[in-house]
Write a protein that binds this ligand. Structure first.
Ligand SMILES: O=C(O)CCC(=O)C(=O)O
Ligand SMILES: [Fe+2]
Length: 150
């Protein structure tokens, strides 16, 4: 779980509260309180996912892309700063254990629709993601490194 604390920024144009990213989880549940800031990238623009009382944001992560054999893609998101108020959120990541072996779900693949990703342990995805962060490579590239023909 991440507990995020974003202080106000007098000029929100100057910085982001959280840079654009996709989560490394299977599923993420976000409790975002009542302060706006979370945005998702869709069709070339950032769409606000403003808080609705008593509603969680449920988001897919990179593990879901692999388990669904590329059919489900995680939403890229960022958090913008707020001029006046502090924002706090909690993101609960549902992820496999580090040594858990996973890959495209057997029920979703067959001879006509073979697995496009190899099986991997979750720590391999984390290591690739961390390497990608150091090299400023997007998490799309990270996931591509598990393609069978890669
Ligand atoms: O603060 C938010 O609403 C989202 C946080 C987030 O994207 C994350 O912790 O991965
Ligand atoms: Fe996130």
């Amino acid at each position: 779980m991440n507990v995020n604390h974003y202080p106000p920024c007098p000029d929100p144009k100057l910085t982001l509260a959280a840079a654009r990213h996709k989560d490394r989880s299977l599923i993420t549940i976000v409790v975002q309180g009542d302060i706006p800031g979370l945005q998702f990238f869709n069709d070339g623009e950032w769409i606000p996912a403003d808080p609705i009382p008593d509603v969680f944001v449920v988001n897919m992560g990179n593990v879901m892309q692999i388990v669904s054999n590329g059919k489900l893609k995680p939403g890229e998101h960022q958090v913008v700063t707020n001029e006046n108020v502090t924002r706090q959120s909690a993101a609960i990541f549902l992820s496999p254990a580090d040594d858990h072996l996973f890959g495209p779900a057997k029920g979703l693949t067959n001879d006509d629709n073979p697995p496009i990703y190899r099986d991997l342990q979750y720590h391999e995805l984390l290591a690739a993601h961390n390497r990608g962060r150091t090299l400023k490579i997007s998490s799309d590239e990270t996931v591509k490194s598990f393609l069978i023909e890669a």
